[in-house]
Write a protein of this length. Structure first.
Length: 95
């Protein structure tokens, strides 16, 4: 199942995330690199998406509708246990 829909009325994100908190229209999720694969090029400030082909989080790019999908923006990256990165991603829920 793709992580995007061509119909803007039925857009649903199909990506594994852990919802941490939500205030107003701001939703914060954590993505742990020991649980989910995150492309090594992902950095703070990057817009990311779930790639169903590689089953990993990758940087979004505006070259095709699928690649232009957005889960959120990486706000910070914390290191946990010396080798696990926790990607803190902000999702803006404004319509």
């Amino acid at each position: 199942m793709p992580s995007y829909s061509s119909n803007p009325l039925t857009r649903i994100i199909n990506a594994p995330v852990l919802v941490v908190s939500g205030v107003g229209t701001r939703l914060m999720v954590n993505i742990r690199s020991d649980v989910h694969t995150v492309d090594a090029s992902v950095a703070v400030g990057d817009v990311i998406r779930w790639d169903t082909t590689t089953s990993s989080y990758v940087r979004s790019q505006a070259d095709t509708p699928k690649n232009a999908e957005v889960l959120g923006v990486v706000e910070s990256i914390d290191t946990f246990g010396g080798s696990t990165n926790i990607y803190n991603v902000v999702i803006d829920r404004k319509s």
